[in-house]
Design a protein around this ligand. Structure first.
Ligand code: NAP
Ligand code: GLV
Length: 308
């Protein structure tokens, strides 16, 4: 069995070692050293270049090196094959940690305390009232549900927004385009962990910000394409939004001259909220590859019509 590996951000040696630990007979071909293209059964990819996958005549499945698959569907010449995403508890845990970090940083006013410290000031702000802090999670899938439940366990007033209605203990469920504005209207902090699809592109725009209460805070750990950066800058400029915490950007790496870098009250991390760990994720890649080669459907196939 032969697997093509392509990524400019993941370490091919670490992945090859982990995959071969899970299946010693696996033949891992790291792009561009692929040998005979006809040997390749499946591809494990992050942002594959257009046409690369179509050039593999015996490819049977495409595995995303992440939970998201937008980077695969960005290939205009994508072969009509199962596209499989990673659903990895270790990745989900990192995403939960990341959003809790951002929510707690905002909720406990660390922005203000860092500024006071820089000036050598001992200044106490009013106590943070967690039960009165309304947090909204956009996307209630594998990652969003875990985030919403973790926030609710801490005592935040949590709501979630998804395409279909959810029943989750202690979480107020909103769904569909028609309930987006009422959902945003009850959020002091909004955290986006949606997949990037035709329907969700640009969803964090001027209209969405206007639906949020004055002083709302936005966290984007989904994809840069969810956020209209110019609209965010405008909403921060008027003071309608109090700040933002961004892990993902329209253009990655974020160019040095992008004004977001120097915008007060914006925290930026370089797409590191959740990183797939080869040690844990390689096991499911191998299991899915075995299923494909045995003629069985792999787990976690995405629906190309929905885009996630
Ligand atoms: P998932 O299990 O497929 O969940 C997606 C959620 O989004 C579902 O609840 C779905 O609603 C909802 N959704 C999709 N389209 C929608 C729409 N048009 N309107 C309302 N809700 C919509 O995905 P996941 O595993 O949680 O991952 C989510 C995303 O997180 C990934 O696609 C990726 O973009 C991002 N991510 C980012 C990082 C990072 O490092 N920044 C790391 C991992 C993942 P239904 O439940 O009703 O279908
Ligand atoms: C990371 O962004 C992922 O989709 O797993």
């Amino acid at each position: 069995m032969a697997l093509l590996f392509y990524s400019k951000v993941d370490d091919p040696e670490e992945w090859t070692d982990a995959l071969k630990r899970a299946e010693p007979a696996l033949d891992v071909r790291v792009w561009p050293e692929i040998g005979e293209a006809a040997d390749i059964d499946a591809a494990l990819v992050w942002r594959p270049p257009t046409g690369m996958l179509a050039s593999l005549p015996n490819l049977k499945a495409i595995f995303s090196l992440g939970a998201g698959v937008d980077h695969v569907f960005a290939d205009d010449d994508l072969p009509d094959l199962p596209v499989v995403r990673l659903v990895d508890p270790a990745l989900t845990s990192q995403m939960v940690e990341y959003v809790l970090l951002a929510v707690l940083d905002r909720h406990r006013r660390m922005d203000a305390y860092r500024a006071y410290q820089a000036r050598g000031e001992w200044h106490q702000l009013p106590a943070a009232d967690t039960g009165a802090c309304r947090v909204g999670v956009m996307g209630l899938g594998e990652i969003g549900q875990a985030i919403a439940l973790a926030l609710a366990n801490l005592g935040f007033a949590v709501a979630g927004w998804s395409r279909t209605q959810k029943q989750l203990d202690g979480i107020q469920s909103f769904h569909g385009a028609g309930q987006l504005a009422p959902f945003l209207g009850r959020c002091d902090i909004v955290a986006c962990v949606l997949p990037l699809t035709a329907e969700t592109t640009g969803i964090l725009d001027a209209r969405a910000f206007a639906a949020m209460p004055k002083g709302a805070y936005v966290i984007n750990a989904g994809r840069g394409g969810h956020l209209v950066e110019a609209d965010l800058m405008a909403a921060l400029g008027t003071g309608h939004l109090s700040g933002a915490w961004l892990d993902v950007c329209q253009e990655e790496p974020l160019p040095p001259d992008n004004p977001l870098w120097s915008q007060p009250n914006v925290t930026i991390t370089p797409h590191v909220a959740g990183w797939v760990l080869p040690r844990t994720a390689s096991v499911q890649v191998i299991e899915n590859l075995r299923r494909v080669l045995a003629g069985n459907p792999p787990h976690n196939i995405v629906d190309p019509a929905r885009g996630y």
